[in-house]
Design a protein around this ligand. Structure first.
Ligand code: SF4
Ligand SMILES: [Zn+2]
Length: 269
């Protein structure tokens, strides 16, 4: 089982032809998915650094930080810590509350936009060529379905093992080595290897729509999930033909699809 998982990840990585000299910045959350990602990239000999965004969400964040420190120490990988309170002046909970009082958005939607913005900026600062995340088959099928059900299939255009349709020097492509691996197999792998990770769920992960989709997906077999992803890839090659022009946000200077990036759009009152 473990060997099969490793083989599948190797095949995924060879598909995107990563070279072993370019620096990959692995985003570590403290959970099993990103731990398996960094472990395998390290095992396969890639040039790595790790980053952890300390969201300052009380005991949960403290446990996440302890876990990533232990993991990086065990693997001998340099860990960069982004302290959100020091860098942005507040904890993620408070940043979210101030956004939510103005706009009706889900916790994870806000947190996700902010984390993506931080990762891109930090990866550039650290001269990384790629950002690797722990997204897996279940995450990807969930997002794919969610976008279709919300009536925004075009949002799936950036999905894939590597973000493709954004060719801009300020944008660091994101790779997902576990793209074809179901969550259950990742969990077994992490347990077998006794990785120092936390298995508790984020206390702020409250998104009823995503939870509904997750429940529905529990009824799907691995084959059905793989089919969904395979078909989505066929469908996406059509959308990806039109590369969208990238602008720079007029507030923060980061790459954006509009005049103002999503992150600045969230934070402005
Ligand atoms: S589960 Fe949601 S709120 Fe919690 S860290 Fe992830 S994106 Fe943020
Ligand atoms: Zn901006």
């Amino acid at each position: 089982m473990n060997q099969k998982l490793e083989q599948k990840v190797k095949e995924t990585l060879s598909k995107i032809k990563l070279d072993k000299k370019s620096k990959i910045l692995v985003a570590l959350s403290g959970g099993k998915d990103s731990a398996v990602t960094v472990y395998l990239l390290h095992k396969f000999g890639y040039h790595l650094e790790a980053i952890h965004i300390d969201l300052k969400m009380g005991k949960y964040s403290k446990n996440c930080l302890d876990a990533v420190e232990k993991l990086c120490n065990n693997l001998g990988i340099k860990l960069n810590i982004y302290d959100i309170r020091k860098e942005m002046g507040n904890s993620m909970c408070n940043i979210r509350l101030s956004v939510q009082s103005e706009k009706s958005l889900k916790n994870c939607a806000i947190c996700g936009v902010i984390k993506k913005w931080i990762l891109n900026k930090e990866a550039r600062k650290l001269r990384a060529r790629y950002i690797a995340t722990g997204h897996h088959l279940d995450d990807e099928t969930q997002t794919f379905l969610l976008n279709i059900l919300k009536g925004s299939p075009e949002l799936n255009a950036n999905s894939g093992v590597i973000t493709k349709n954004i060719g801009d020097k300020k944008f660091i492509p994101r790779i997902k080595p576990l793209f074809y691996i179901p969550e259950s197999e990742i969990k077994k792998y992490a347990i077998t290897h006794k990785f120092p990770v936390i298995y508790e769920k984020c206390p702020c992960a409250i998104d009823s729509y995503r939870i509904q989709i997750r429940e529905f997906m529990k009824k799907l077999s691995r084959k059905q999930k793989e089919n969904l992803i395979k078909n989505s890839e066929k469908f996406l090659t059509k959308i990806k033909k039109e590369k969208k022009e990238i602008k720079y946000c007029e507030i923060c200077g980061e790459p954006a699809r509009n005049k103002v990036c999503k992150m600045c759009e969230l934070l402005r009152k």
